[in-house]
Design a protein around this ligand. Structure first.
Ligand SMILES: NC(=O)c1ccc[n+]([C@@H]2O[C@H](COP(=O)([O-])OP(=O)(O)OC[C@H]3O[C@@H](n4cnc5c(N)ncnc54)[C@H](O)[C@@H]3O)[C@@H](O)[C@H]2O)c1
Length: 473
């Protein structure tokens, strides 16, 4: 429930909500609007603004660290006690964030973590970076945004800036988050400054990080945009304001839908090339020599990660509510989700050509993360491939230096597999399947020690011997 008196803890001043909302003549005065925006702008400019990051995962932790490196005091809030403990002990659990950096910021008092949402009462700015998965029905699940937002609402103060970073469908900030603020009797754009800013972090990317990846910001009002821009400008090299929160939400979905559709096209081109007896990798590399009008996308064993397989479905779901069928998204999703089946069929055909069956075959999966050089397993196609191979009677092992252990669900319960070492793990295998092309693998050695290799990533492009044993996607 809205408290009638909101306490501004920074300068120990109490302000009556009602007085602020009604002003002297019963309407919100311009002076009041200016007062809260100006106060926040002042805190940002002087770097005394106290920032909270809700959700300290792949997105939230790098953002928290970047803001703390910019000289701000940052409080991370997470429901995961292990993560909170790790941060306060100066330990990073995200590959791209060095523990040394976390330890230094914690030591200097710039970064702290807590499970207690009461910390929000001390903050001037909050960024929400919680997961946005799909339900089993493939509909968006924004329950974590809403649960984080309910906590924020309980501790909301006039003069606060809130930015939603979680990827979501256009309209979430206006339709779901804004009402939570207004239910507290506070006015968006006058007393609370609300914006959406999509996170574009690319885990494992050695060139682009939170600081040097341009940041899009769209506020519910111009003041909301300006204040969010002012804050992020302290920590990010280039900030790009757009006209509304819906625009910012749509920018993120365009970026990821663009990738999902183009990967879907590359996958279908791979299937077509297979029928034609043409090497798809050679086709794409040759097409990519065109200096304009073509951008190379590559086929693979299926989509993975928390973004590309999921985000376009947030967009198509929203469009369905507006009686529009997003056909490109649907088609790409169909092709991409079939790729693990296509890979398993290719394995079966290759074994069959050698008078072997998949039932009883020993198959080694090389790499299980959803992409190269990261440990992230979320939505990894390797998990589907392993499940499908086991369903068809294969004995499956895997090698992945980033994932010493792998949990595979099946109707009979969960199985825990352990990564085998290479090259020993290649011995007595009927087929090695390269699913994730980590740099750590020696591909020539993999081919040398195998009788059959299915390469779904063109990882063996530079091998000099044993081509006859390699089948490519
Ligand atoms: N991982 C990426 O590469 C990436 C890139 C761009 C955008 N995104 C988007 O960013 C958002 C976050 O993704 P992520 O990869 O960082 O997820 P993550 O699972 O790595 O981290 C989310 C964190 O939020 C915490 N959390 C969940 N519910 C909470 C709650 N109610 N209150 C406080 N903490 C809570 C979890 O414990 C976890 O630590 C998603 O919407 C995702 O689509 C992710």
């Amino acid at each position: 429930m809205p408290s009638n008196r909101l306490k501004n803890k920074k300068n120990n001043r109490s302000v009556s909500t009602r007085a602020r909302l009604t002003g002297s003549g019963g309407t919100i005065s311009k002076g009041t609007t200016y007062e809260w925006a100006a106060r926040l702008a002042q805190l940002i400019q002087s770097r005394r603004v106290r920032v909270g990051i809700i959700g300290l995962g792949y997105v939230g932790l790098p953002l928290a660290v970047e803001l703390a490196k910019a000289g701000l005091h940052v409080t991370g809030i997470d429901i995961d006690a292990e993560k909170v403990k790790a941060i306060n002990a100066g330990r990073s659990y995200i590959q791209d964030v060095p523990s040394g950096e976390v330890a230094r910021l914690v030591r200097e008092g710039r970064l702290t973590a807590t499970e207690n949402f009461a910390a929000l009462a001390e903050l001037d700015a909050v960024s929400i970076c919680v997961p946005t998965p799909l339900r089993k029905t493939k509909d968006p699940d924004v329950s974590m945004i809403m649960s984080a937002m309910k906590e924020v609402a309980q501790h909301l103060q006039a003069g606060m800036r809130i930015v939603l970073e979680s990827t979501t469908y256009p309209g979430t900030t206006e339709e779901m988050v804004r009402p939570e603020v207004e239910r507290q009797g506070l006015s968006v754009g006058r007393e609370v400054f609300l914006a959406f800013s999509p996170e574009r972090v690319d885990p494992g990317n050695p060139t682009y990080h939170t600081k040097n990846t341009p940041k899009i910001i769209g506020g519910c009002t111009p003041a909301c945009t300006q204040l969010a821009v002012a804050l992020y400008t302290l920590a990010v090299d280039r900030v790009i304001p757009v006209s509304s929160s819906q625009t910012a939400e749509m920018v993120k979905l365009l970026e990821n839908t663009f990738r999902a559709i183009n990967i879907g096209l590359a996958n279908e081109v791979a299937i077509m090339c297979d029928r034609l007896g043409v090497n798809v990798w050679e086709v794409i590399d040759a097409a990519a020599t065109k200096p304009f009008g073509f951008m190379a996308f590559y086929p693979g064993p299926g989509l993975g990660g928390h973004c590309i397989p999921i985000d376009p479905l947030y967009l198509s779901w929203k469009l369905k509510t507006l009686d529009y069928n997003a056909r490109f998204i649907q088609l790409a999703s169909e092709i991409n989700t079939q790729m693990p089946h296509y890979v398993v069929d290719k394995i079966a055909t290759a074994l069959n050509d050698r008078r072997q069956s998949i039932n009883g075959a020993r198959i080694l999966i090389v790499g299980v993360s959803y992409k190269r050089d990261v440990e992230d397993l979320r939505e990894s196609p390797a998990l589907d491939i392993i499940r499908l191979l086991r369903q068809r009677g294969a004995t499956v092992t895997y090698a992945d230096p980033y994932n010493p252990e792998l949990r595979i669900e099946s109707p009979h319960g969960e199985t825990v597999l352990r990564s085998v070492a290479l090259p020993e793990g290649l011995a007595r295998q009927d087929c090695a399947v390269i699913v994730t092309n980590h740099h750590a693998f020696d591909y020539q050695q993999i081919v040398d020690r195998s009788s059959l290799v299915l390469d779904t990533r063109n990882a063996t492009r530079d091998i000099t011997r044993g081509h006859e044993k390699v089948i490519k996607l």
